[in-house]
Design a protein around this ligand. Structure first.
Ligand code: G
Ligand code: G
Ligand code: MN
Ligand code: NA
Length: 254
């Protein structure tokens, strides 16, 4: 209860900030996109990571106003990148969306309006939805909304793939561009590479782009490249960065 009222206060006072983690081309090392990850700048406790408050934010419904702020802020930031970086050189921004946000009427309109007033093209936005949350309920309506968003040109990603029970076969007929393989599978990859290898090759045959999450060492990166996995994310490349650090990283990385 205490956390909930503190969170309510934080939503109203604007105590959130976003960090951005590069999603890189595993061969060239260049960033194609950045995942926006929310942080809570708590007045006395310092910066709090989402593991400590996302669940409460979901349960209390505060994820809805918080998520609206996250979307707007991520788009303001990507519009800044587009202003500063050379034409065609700006990465997209990837925003985590809770199923709770989809359940609110008007989510599609909210995204459309946010793109419109920030002047960001839909191609510069990706939306991530976790596999486990997706399977819960309202499934048909959520897929319908995702179809509309995808037809606008927004990329749709399934996050934490492998932690739920959906199969790639199930995802085949769905409006999805990207599958993000959960870090737990990447961690186990050196001793048991078959699982990730299987996901990568099946995804490719379904024309889905794979992002491997939580890559921490070069051995994993090399193995993923040999498997044909195009994209990855992890501390090997960069931890989540503040908005201004992103530009420095973009211009120094090669
Ligand atoms: O940032 P961290 O590195 O600690 O992220 C932890 C988890 O919190 C991730 O699983 C991520 O999907 C989730 N998360 C981070 N930012 C957001 C956000 O803006 N909205 C939602 N719904 N989840 C987020
Ligand atoms: O949305 P998602 O659950 O994928 O959020 C990514 C989370 O994983 C964030 O909390 C981010 O800080 C964290 N993360 C990103 N890269 C790495 C990594 O290489 N190792 C570990 N341990 N965590 C990572
Ligand atoms: Mn994510
Ligand atoms: Na994830």
């Amino acid at each position: 209860l205490e956390l909930r009222s503190a969170l309510d206060h934080a939503v109203n006072e604007g105590h959130f900030l976003l960090h951005y983690q590069p999603i890189v081309d595993l061969v060239t090392g260049y960033a194609v996109g950045f995942e926006a990850l929310v942080r809570w700048a708590h007045p006395s406790r310092g910066v709090i990571t989402p593991e400590e408050f996302i669940e409460v934010a979901e349960e209390s419904g505060l994820i809805v106003p918080m998520g609206r702020w996250v979307l707007e802020e991520a788009l303001r930031t990507v519009s800044e990148w587009r202003r500063i970086l050379p034409p065609g050189g700006a990465p997209y921004v990837s925003v985590n969306v809770s199923v709770r946000q989809f359940r609110e009427a008007g989510f599609v309109e909210q995204v459309r309006n946010a793109l419109h007033h920030t002047g960001v093209p839909p191609q510069s936005l990706m939306l991530e939805i976790t596999e486990t949350l997706l399977m819960k309920d309202d499934e048909q309506r959520i897929w319908a909304d995702l179809s509309v968003l995808r037809e606008m040109g927004i990329r749709i990603a399934i996050d934490d793939f492998g932690t739920g029970y959906s199969s790639l076969g199930y995802l085949r007929q769905r409006p999805i561009d990207i599958v993000k393989i959960d870090k737990t599978f990447i961690d186990d990859m050196v001793t048991s590479p078959q699982l990730v290898g299987g996901i990568v090759s099946l995804a490719r045959s379904l024309q889905l782009v794979v992002v491997a999450e939580g890559i921490e060492d070069m051995a994993h990166r090399d193995l993923l490249v040999r498997m044909g996995c195009p994209l990855g994310q992890g501390f090997l490349f960069s931890s989540p960065l503040g908005p201004t650090e992103v530009l420095a990283w973009m211009t120094s990385a090669s």
